[in-house]
Design a binder for this molecule. Sequence first.
Ligand code: ATP
Ligand code: MG
Length: 373
Amino acid sequence: MENPFALVPYISKEYFCDREEETKTIVEYLRNGSNITLISPRRYGKTGLIYRVFDEIKQQKANVSTCYVDIYATETLEDFIKVFSEAVIASMEKKKAIKSFFQFLGGLRPMLSYDPVSGNPELTLTFRTDHEKKQTLASIFEFIEKQDKKTIVAIDEFQQIRYYGINMEALLRSYIQPLRNVQFIFCGSKKHIMTEMFTDARSPFYESTRCLYLEKIDRAVYAEFIIRMLEKGKKTVTEEALDFILDWTKLHTFYTQSLCNHVFLKSNKKIDKEEVLKSANQILKENEQTFIQWRNLLTSNQWNYLKAVAKEQSVEKPYSTQFIQKYNIGTSANSQRLLEALIDKELILANSTLEGLSYSVYNVFLSRWLENH
Ligand SMILES: Nc1ncnc2c1ncn2[C@@H]1O[C@H](COP(=O)(O)OP(=O)(O)OP(=O)(O)O)[C@@H](O)[C@H]1O
Ligand SMILES: [Mg+2]
């Protein structure tokens, strides 16, 4: 029996926990003609949700094609065109369509190969001028627009376009706005940048989409899911052990899945707290070298600050005398400087709640490890 706790964003609905409401909402908005912005901290399950939505659309046999583009590794317009073209090719079911897309790119002497391991298309394009790049991007959108079916394009890690060194937002906006047969899901984890892009009146994408903030999965729903997945392997879990899993991983999807995956792999038929604890410790041990490498990249003040936040679990008042004195931070100016540096490195997460901001160590496993070191 395979492990029912997937460590990839999406396999199928069966192995995907919840997100029923979110899926329904997104599918409805899309059907309504809206574009969508999807924002959450890292590893909550945005990419998985995109695939879940695409799957749902396919199940409903809507006459729609879907195209998923991950621009995480892109740094330039040229990179963007390459991964976008590859995604378009990957989304095409018919050879004929791929051929016509190639004709579209004709002037750029495209060369296509397929990765022997993943089977993903890999495209090489040769550009002579910047103008040629912009024109190519325009014609890719034009090409998708002209397809028989409507296309939904999901651009993952969208905040990355801010680092291209050109006004990519304005450029994209000008190409996207006139499209009638293409809709978009823009997805990202840098809340500050994403929010600015879509809600600041000065940004090209201002109010052009419906914004969705993905939250953690509901505790009771996750608990029920874990029990159901364990049953597939004829395993059961005590209530105490289940509570421990959900507390220790703070319901942060990736970490909850990882611990469950490990527990499933190592445990006997009846899972108790002791077994979960063993898995948890083993995971921390396996990650220790990475944690130590991070320590080496930080100043000792930054490291101690991170440890303080880990020990507190979550900090609401980082400038309070109480917090500063308890952990020997010095002054509130120090606290601010350290906090900002660690947020910038994505080691601390600023979470907005109704009561205001609260800060926690972004990586839950690192947080648990720091608590004891
Ligand atoms: N609904 C879910 N059910 C089960 N596992 C999930 C679910 N959502 C996410 N996961 C797990 O969490 C991991 C992270 O999810 P995903 O990659 O979708 O997050 P993300 O928000 O896109 O993260 P990032 O911002 O780093 O790209 C997945 O690999 C999967 O193991
Ligand atoms: Mg993702």
